[in-house]
Design a protein around this ligand. Structure first.
Ligand code: SAM
Length: 316
């Protein structure tokens, strides 16, 4: 059975009645508002911080941008292809007393630059999210958050998913944290460690794994975590017949990483600084490769985003 909200989104897929006279206004999906309880959960997951900027791509009546400005006092930008939705958003912002924090623009989401955003909100269809995915990964900074209502990103799994009950329906709310790209070969320098040490990482979206080559041995990295630009991992070091786990934590900034390394020494825990520099030519995309496969260590199928006919209701 088709869910009522899905049916209304699909039925609204043609040009909005208010826009029918204007040739260039062709929404890829019609206006269906995110219920207010789901808006609240989207914003709680995104966890806005002072000074951040939120973008809603396809902002409808502006409710996500306006709620973020009212409750979190952050700046917002709403983009919608339908001029009538922009007019309604501006009016709603004025009524809510937040028009000094928000800006609404009539624009196509596929022609929008969202480099400035710390948070991007989406209530669009899966094929649209998937089409936007490469640009979200390229344009947003590591640690930026994408929150979506109901429709996901196919092979890119959310970091968090929550469900909200409203009007007898279950609404899914998803959060993705933009990961730094750690792919490629990095020359590692850490006090007291071999000078030829090299890290090698593979990565598919937020999931990474890798190896550390040092002292003529290649050790797999374990307990690897990557959250935004923060990276942590452990590698074994074999020395004088014994094995010592060595734990690295640090931050990725472009082609450089730096942080702290800890290991158990004869006199208790030892701590020192480490840095790594990437060979830029070895950096790879975070998306599955063209052959439909991720890096060797990942097994995910890539499906090309499908752009359905405007009257299609086959989404999901
Ligand atoms: C499902 S509504 C979501 C509204 C709002 N974000 C919310 O969650 O309440 C999708 C909105 O996207 C807009 N839209 C559809 N295609 C668009 C496009 N290519 N560029 C900009 N806006 C678009 C529609 O006009 C509609 O207002």
């Amino acid at each position: 059975m088709l869910k009522p909200w899905l049916l209304s989104m699909a039925m609204a897929m043609g040009p909005h009645p208010s826009a029918a006279a204007q040739e260039d206004v062709r929404p890829d999906v019609g206006f269906v508002p995110t219920p207010q309880p789901a808006v609240e959960v989207m914003l709680e997951l995104a966890n806005p911080r002072p000074g951040e900027v939120l973008f809603d791509l396809g902002c409808g009546d502006g409710r996500i941008v306006i709620t973020a400005a009212r409750r979190w006092n952050i700046q917002g930008r709403g983009v919608d292809i339908d001029p009538e939705m922009i007019r309604i958003s501006r009016e709603n912002a004025r009524k809510a007393g937040v028009d000094h924090l928000v800006r609404f623009e009539q624009r196509n989401i596929f022609e929008t630059d969202y480099r400035e955003a710390d948070i991007v909100a989406l209530y669009l269809l899966t094929w649209i999210n998937v089409s936007l995915r490469p640009r979200l990964l390229q344009q947003l900074h590591p640690g930026a958050r994408v929150v979506a209502h109901q429709f996901g990103m196919e092979e890119w799994p959310p970091d968090v998913i929550r469900h909200v009950r409203h009007g007898g329906e279950r609404h899914s709310v998803m959060l993705w944290i933009i990961p730094a790209n750690c792919t490629g070969d990095w020359r590692l320098t850490a006090e007291g460690f071999p000078a030829d040490a090299e890290l090698r990482f593979e990565q598919l979206f937020q999931h990474a794994n890798g190896t550390l080559r040092w002292g003529g041995r290649i050790e797999p990295l374990f307990d690897l975590t990557l959250r935004g630009g923060e990276l942590a991992f452990t590698a074994n070091r074999e020395e004088k017949g014994g094995i010592t786990p060595v734990s690295f934590s640090g931050r990725i900034l472009g082609h450089r990483m730096r942080g702290r390394v800890r290991w158990a020494g004869g006199e208790g825990e030892m701590v020192s600084e480490w840095t790594a520099v990437r060979n830029p030519a070895t950096m790879r995309s975070l998306e599955p490769s063209e052959k439909g496969r991720g890096p060797r260590s990942f097994r995910l199928k890539k499906r090309a985003p499908r752009r359905p006919r405007r009257d299609s209701i086959k989404e999901r």
